[in-house]
Design a protein around this ligand. Structure first.
Ligand code: SF4
Ligand code: SF4
Length: 387
């Protein structure tokens, strides 16, 4: 942990001020409509002081922690996905003018509610969210033709990560080897300490830019006691995962059990609402939508989030390929936990648990994967016992 410093809350404010003065749009966790979500941040007073969360299947509640922790919640309603890969991205706008049609670049006329444009500095991201960003970097920019909009938003972005101190009942990042302590993909990683001594943050640099920012803060070097305390916070969080997903041989189990009765069972409960894909930090399916005004003077092309749970998403000539909820749920889970590995070299799940929390039917990807494994292994055992 070379170069680690110990920061006070005032140092975090100075960090926000420095980043703002360098032209960054600073974003971080705040309480919005009864949940924690990422919003523009100008002051540490906007952080969720003293708020924790309770999460379970179809259940999310904020709760008062009884202390003044600012990162004492598990994970917010959304990851950094809406920052770097917004739900509605204006690709271009055309207008008819006296000299003929004119095509505008999106940022020629940025609407007021999107004034927080790149470069971004995002504060408070969890280790699972960093893993999801690495996946999006691979999927969206690591291909022959990079996604220019995503690349623009990611360029020069600053990531201030945080060790999870209080995982939720839906968290399983340890199973997916993605947390709870940030290991890569950050400029600075904070571990919040509040249980003994003054409220403070052990800050580790993860890049030359992070090291330079920490030097600017003129904070004191972290003591051995603070470093040991920070390490134990991460170890304790790893022991308190709410859920577990056994990834062993899961790809083959999914591929070999496309006709399992487990898919019928989950289809009876699934509403095909798509919430799980909207909150998932790695889902990246989109559709293109064109809109024009009634006079025909302007038209816009937008890229909007879509979902493999929508019937139209698999529409090709003549109809949808995946007409049933059974086939859509199977597609989602099999892509996420199996085919993703063949396509992109990693699981498509980082264990954040959001799809469990925000599923109105409390469908749990860890439980469904476990049931598929149980049924498949039981069938194999019976088969092995047959003479
Ligand atoms: S699994 Fe849950 S969140 Fe996902 S589509 Fe079905 S009901 Fe909606
Ligand atoms: S599948 Fe669920 S638990 Fe896994 S990354 Fe997506 S939202 Fe998180």
């Amino acid at each position: 942990m070379t170069g680690a410093h110990t920061l006070a809350l005032d140092d975090l404010q100075e960090l926000i001020d420095i980043l703002s003065s360098r032209g960054y749009s600073v974003l971080g966790p705040t309480v919005v409509d009864g949940a924690i979500d990422i919003r523009p941040l100008t002051s540490v007073s906007q952080l969720p002081h003293g708020w924790g969360d309770e999460q379970d299947g179809a259940h999310y509640r904020l709760r008062r922690r009884g202390d003044d922790a600012v990162f004492g919640f598990a994970c917010g309603a959304q990851s950094a996905k809406p920052v770097f890969f917004p739900a509605d991205e204006l690709l271009w706008r055309s207008r008819s003018g006296p000299d003929g049609p004119q095509i505008d670049r999106p940022d020629d006329d940025r609407p007021d509610d999107d004034r927080y444009g790149p470069p971004y500095a995002v504060l408070g991201l969890r280790s699972c969210d960093l893993a999801a960003i690495r996946i999006h970097d691979r999927v969206l920019t690591g291909r022959a033709v990079a996604d220019a909009h995503y690349a623009t938003r990611r360029t020069d972005s600053v990531i201030i990560a945080v060790t999870c101190t209080d995982p939720a009942g839906t968290c399983f990042c340890v199973s997916m080897d993605t947390g709870p302590v940030p290991s890569e993909g950050f400029d600075i990683a904070l571990t919040e300490l509040y249980a003994d001594g003054p409220h403070r943050f052990v800050a580790r640099p993860g890049s030359p830019r992070g090291a330079e920012l920490l030097e600017r803060l003129a904070a004191r070097d972290a003591t051995d006691e603070d470093l040991a305390h920070a390490a134990s916070v991460g170890e304790q969080a790893a022991q308190r995962m709410g859920r577990r997903l056994d990834d062993t041989n899961l790809k083959n189990i999914l591929y070999d059990n496309a006709e399992s009765a487990v898919w019928d069972d989950v289809a009876d409960r699934c509403l095909s609402c798509g919430n799980c894909t909207l909150v998932c930090p790695t889902c990246f399916c989109t559709s293109i939508t064109d809109v024009s005004d009634l006079a025909g003077a302007t038209s816009e092309r937008h890229r909007v989030w879509d979902s493999c749970f929508s019937a139209d998403y698999s529409y090709i000539h003549g109809g949808a390929v995946r007409e049933s909820t059974r086939s859509r749920y199977r597609q989602w889970m099999t892509h996420k936990l199996a085919a993703w590995k063949d396509q992109f070299g990693t699981s498509g799940c980082v264990g954040c648990g959001r799809c469990i929390t925000w599923c109105p039917a409390a469908i749990d990807i860890t439980a469904e994967a476990g049931e598929l494994r149980r049924v498949a292994e039981h069938r194999e055992e019976r088969r092995a016992r047959q003479p």
